[in-house]
Design a protein. Structure first.
Length: 188
């Protein structure tokens, strides 16, 4: 079995950081009457593993001309085009999955921000109620407490708005990746 890679194709990025690529590959195996058969595939750069598509096998001519490279045959070039499309589609699916997963993780983080701001605001309210009589005579402290509470409320509103935007963006596609990133079932 021989694997080949066309020198003009470097692959497709499978992540937004452009660290992982899926590169098209073609495997050549011996076919009937010694004619070559070509199988499209792609290689994942992180695992160095191959994904082979056995749905389409391209049959080369058993009677190739002497001195010609079988990798330049029509069947080999068709397999290379199929491998290129296979790698491109797989990389796109992986990018979409990762984007949805990261959005789900951000959704969870924003929920934590809301809970933290709410707890802090409630604690501040409890403490200010307990010292209400003392705060009445200290307008600068009272104003600082009010400004801090407004900041907590603004942070909660902002985080909730961002969460709503995330759920609106991903409600139509890749719900399972979003749920996985969120660590809970946001979408059923």
């Amino acid at each position: 079995m021989r694997t080949g890679r066309r020198p003009d194709v470097t692959g497709y990025y499978a992540d937004t950081f452009q660290d992982e690529t899926y590169s098209p590959r073609v495997f050549q195996i011996t076919g009937r009457r010694r004619g070559a058969r070509y199988v499209p595939a792609y290689m994942e750069s992180v695992s160095d593993g191959y994904v082979i598509d056995l749905d389409e096998v391209f049959q080369g001519s058993p009677y190739s001309q002497l001195g010609t490279d079988s990798r330049d045959s029509d069947a080999a070039l068709d397999a290379a085009r199929a491998a290129d499309g296979l790698a491109e589609r797989a990389a796109e699916r992986e990018r979409e999955y990762r984007e949805a997963w990261q959005a789900g993780a951000l959704w969870t983080d924003l929920g934590e921000e809301v809970r933290h701001a709410r707890r802090a605001a409630l604690a501040l309210i409890r403490q200010s109620k307990a010292s209400r009589d003392k705060l009445y005579d200290l307008p600068a402290v009272r104003d600082a407490i009010c400004a801090t509470l407004k900041g907590y409320l603004a942070a909660m509103r902002n985080a909730r708005k961002q969460r709503d935007e995330l759920t609106e963006s991903f409600i139509q596609w890749n719900r399972s990746a979003f749920n996985e990133g969120a660590g809970s079932e946001v979408f059923s």
